[in-house]
Structures are given as structure tokens and as C-alpha cells.
Design a protein around this ligand. Structure first.
Ligand SMILES: [Zn+2]
Length: 132
């Protein structure tokens, strides 16, 4: 009988371990999901903050602006290779010679040299990328 008891216990132990493993995996997935959600919320706050304070001279804003500039430069290179242009309004790739942006509908006929918004810093091309 002692043998059976041991086997039974062992069996129960394996079942419990499997249950624990399944539960652990489930909880890990949930944690990862929640972590992702938290990350998205933080990101949204950061984006909102940047939109509300684009001209604030902080290291974070400078980093963001630098990345925007790098994105613009990279997109320019890509557009060149693909034989496309970049919409100055929304920054999406558009067919070269198109009259309107197929993404935001902005007119592409004239290059934006005079707009309601004045571009203060010529070195940061991201200034003219207002979406509002
Ligand atoms: Zn556009």
C-alpha cells in the first residue's frame, strides 16, 4: 500500500505541478500584457507632453527632435530610392509628382514656403510637421 500511496502522491504532485506551470504561464502572459498596456499609457503621456510643450528645451525634447530629424533624413533617403516624395504635411510617402497627398489630402503642388505657421528653426525639419 505504501507503494500506491507514493505513486498516488507522485501523480498528484505531477498534476499540481502541471497546473502550477499552466497557471504560471497564464499569469506571465497576463503580466506581459499589462506591462505592454502600461508602456502604451506612459508613451501616450510622453507624446501628449511633447505635443503640449514642443519648444521646451529639455534633454528629452532635444532627443525627440533629434530622432524626428533622423527619421526625416532616413525617409528622404528611402523616398529617393523608391522614387517617391515625402508629404511635407504628414510625412508619409507619396507618389512623385502627385498633386495631393494620398494620406492626408494636403496639396503638394507648391512647396510649403509660406504657411500660417512659421518655421523658426531651419535646422530642425520637424517643425513643419504639425498635424493639428
Ligand atoms: Zn500627407
Amino acid at each position: 500500500m505504501g507503494f500506491f500511496n507514493t505513486l498516488e502522491e507522485a501523480g498528484r504532485g505531477i498534476g499540481a505541478a502541471a497546473k502550477d506551470a499552466a497557471k504560471t504561464a497564464q499569469l506571465n502572459v497576463r503580466l506581459k500584457d499589462l506591462d505592454g498596456k502600461l508602456h502604451k499609457e506612459y508613451e501616450a503621456i510622453g507624446q501628449k507632453y511633447y505635443k503640449d510643450h514642443p519648444d521646451e528645451d529639455t534633454p528629452e525634447n532635444r532627443k525627440i527632435k533629434e530622432i524626428f530629424a533622423q527619421i526625416a533624413a532616413t525617409k528622404d533617403q528611402l523616398a529617393d530610392i523608391r522614387g517617391e516624395s515625402i508629404c511635407p504635411s504628414c510625412g508619409e510617402f507619396v507618389e512623385k509628382g502627385a498633386k495631393f497627398c494620398s494620406h492626408c489630402g494636403a496639396s503638394l503642388v507648391e512647396t510649403v514656403d509660406e504657411d500660417d505657421m512659421t518655421v523658426e528653426e531651419p535646422e530642425t525639419k520637424t517643425e513643419d510637421k504639425k498635424e493639428d
